[in-house]
Design a protein around this ligand. Structure first.
Ligand SMILES: [Zn+2]
Length: 284
């Protein structure tokens, strides 16, 4: 049993605010511990059902050095380091391939544009206004489900904020666990780590059972497919156009088409990183 656990932070236990999301924030160290405890609980849940499991954890939030490695069980390996396209062209899923049996997403949040969504965004909050897959708005859960689906890997477990439940249509047979009930963009009624660690352990065990039973189906998008991104500023779209394979469909929107979601996403990710590349403040 090979399990890939992609880890974001906005949907981790106890995380509700920007001051918990970056190393210079006051709440970061505590949030890092809660995120690590979530990952640990999921790994223990996997090992209960599949003691020989090969487990890879993929860091997927911002600097991608958030999980505290010396607290992670020795059965797992961790993909660490920022998602520059020359490092990690698949961003949160770098390291995933067709040899894996199932994908888990832990610490996830609602898509950009979700009304009153908790810390809602899609990949890069400062750039992405709307991310679309074949014309429909999607968040990180569905994009990642589609990339894994292109490799024949199903999504088996999603752990995150309660408003992510609305994005589970792409994986109807996956297990979903909410770490908190969303009140608004920066507040939620949170379950505490002692509670979520039990829920996440049980959910991971159940997700491995479903993987074994064949109940999970990979999320395969129709082919050819397109991903488009409407950006906040036209300068960002102009910079994204420097990446080969990117087409501009209006002032703020770029589009990439291709045969499968993984190939298309690699180009989109490169375009998003190019869009981010601002000139220094003194030149703006
Ligand atoms: Zn995210």
């Amino acid at each position: 049993m090979k399990v890939f656990i992609a880890v974001d932070m906005e949907g981790a236990t106890g995380v509700v605010h920007h001051d918990q999301l970056m190393p210079d924030g006051r709440g970061y160290a505590a949030a890092q511990r809660m995120l690590t405890a979530d990952v640990k609980a999921v790994i223990h849940g996997v090992l209960e059902e599949a003691p020989q499991a090969d487990i890879v954890v993929g860091e997927g939030h911002a600097i991608m050095r958030n999980v505290i490695l010396d607290e992670i069980p020795p059965e797992a390996r961790v993909v660490v380091g920022p998602a520059r396209p020359d490092n990690k062209s698949l961003c949160q899923l770098e390291g995933l391939d067709a040899s894996f049996d199932v994908l888990f997403l832990v610490g996830y949040h609602a898509m950009a544009g979700r009304e009153l969504g908790l810390l809602a965004h899609t990949f890069v909050g400062s750039v992405v206004s709307t991310f679309r897959l074949n014309g429909s708005p999607v968040g990180e859960v569905e994009v990642n489900a589609a990339i894994a689906g292109a490799m024949g890997v199903p999504l088996g477990l999603v752990v995150g904020n309660s408003d992510v439940a609305d994005e589970m249509g792409c994986a109807p047979d996956a297990v979903f666990v909410a770490t908190k009930s969303v009140l608004g963009p920066t507040a939620a009624i949170c379950l505490v780590p002692q509670r979520t660690s039990v829920l996440l352990h049980e959910a991971a065990t159940e997700a491995i059972r479903r993987t074994r039973s064949g109940a999970l189906k990979p999320h395969v998008s129709r082919s050819p497919l397109s991903m488009s991104v409407t950006m906040h500023r036209r300068e960002q779209a102009a910079r994204a156009m420097t990446v080969p394979g990117v087409v501009r469909t209006d002032e703020l929107t770029i589009e990439v088409s291709g045969q499968d979601a993984a190939t298309v996403f690699r180009v989109v990710w490169k375009a998003l990183c190019a869009a981010l590349n601002e000139p220094p403040t003194w030149l703006q």
